[in-house]
Design a protein around this ligand. Structure first.
Ligand SMILES: *[C@@H]1O[C@H](CO)[C@@H](O)[C@H](O)[C@H]1NC(C)=O
Length: 322
């Protein structure tokens, strides 16, 4: 029997509304990732995956689904920034501009608000090819309302903007004078969760259609083996959007991101636990792809066991979903 199309869509539509999350796309080889940054090389489309730890771990693959191999470090002897944690760099954010790849990274120590955002450059993204340029000028010593962690670069018209932060008082934004330095001046608060530990961080701003989509991670980021949070309080990926890259971000219900708003794009489900540390890659063949790390409950909950997840994004009524 051939069902009319209208009948089929009547069956499938309620499922789509039900926020069922797609499982991650395939991954073979060494799929470890932590706070991933992902970029495709201009010359050959090869994928480079950057992760928190030591001088920033680098993995590469010819296909998004692998096989992935760990190939070395961006800054094998750590950062030149004289600050605690300079041999254990965090949260890489990579982009390409005029023949150069830029990588922002964080020098900090767990639980402190004394942090520096540094930058390194390369022309190939390969291990050994990175030159450290030290601090971007964005740093915190614990006296600010924000924490200089989790940088994310975006070009908006003629200006480059660095999003960052934070836990404590949420997500912030500052203009850049050049790819290597921020402008002087106080950063702007763009998102804040008034509840609980104000646990939002890892912003990633992505321009699509008429909107700028502000993705961020909410909840407890690690210690899942020793200090597992109540279900639902672990990392998850939220989004707000605005027609401006700088202000007025709201969630799907119209709640401002500055007033605890945020629509969940991806949270724990099936074997996927605590997805976060995300970004969006405009993949050459797939289009926008959400990438993140997650704990696979079949493998383990330790940071050393986190896995790379990715899903092609679809947009329903102007909102991204996986
Ligand atoms: C804000 O924090 C509360 C308490 O931790 C949490 O339940 C809620 O999901 C958070 N909202 C967002 C948008 O992150």
């Amino acid at each position: 029997m051939i069902l009319p199309l209208s009948f089929l869509s009547a069956i499938t539509f309620p499922l789509a509304l039900d926020q069922a999350y797609g499982n991650p796309g395939p991954c073979s080889g060494n799929c470890w990732a932590h706070d991933p940054g992902l970029w495709q090389r201009e010359s050959d489309g090869k994928y480079f995956l950057f992760s928190t730890g030591k001088g920033i771990h680098i993995s590469s693959a010819d296909n998004l689904g692998g096989p992935w191999a760990e190939i070395g470090y961006a800054l094998p002897s750590g950062s030149t920034i004289a600050h605690g944690g300079n041999d254990d760099l965090w949260a890489p954010d990579v982009h390409y501009e005029d023949g150069t790849y830029y990588m922002y990274y964080v020098v900090s120590t767990l639980g402190s608000r004394s942090s520096v955002i540094g930058v390194a450059t390369s022309t190939t993204m390969e291990p050994g090819s990175w030159t450290d340029h030290g601090s971007t000028g964005l740093s915190t010593d614990g006296s600010q309302k924000y924490n200089a962690i989790d940088a994310n670069w975006i070009q908006v018209d003629d200006t480059s903007i660095l999003n960052f932060g934070s836990y404590w008082n949420g997500l912030y934004q500052v203009d850049m004078a050049s790819p290597l330095k921020i402008e002087d001046g106080a950063p702007n608060n763009i998102a804040y969760n008034a509840s609980g530990d104000h646990a939002i961080e890892a912003s990633f701003l992505f321009h699509y259609g008429d909107f700028y989509y502000l993705f961020f991670s909410s909840g407890q980021a690690s210690k899942y083996e020793t200090d597992r949070p109540a279900p639902g309080d672990e990392y998850r990926i939220n989004v707000c959007r605005s027609e401006s890259a700088r202000e007025d971000f709201v969630d799907k219900d119209g709640v401002p991101c500055l007033e605890s708003g945020g629509t969940t794009v991806l949270a724990s489900h099936d074997y996927v636990y605590a997805p976060g540390g995300q970004g969006v890659l405009n993949d050459r063949s797939l289009g926008p792809v959400l990438y993140y790390h997650y704990a696979n409950t079949d493998i383990g909950l330790a940071v050393e066991q986190f896995q790379l997840g990715w899903n092609k994004l679809s947009w329903i009524d102007g909102w991204p979903c996986v």
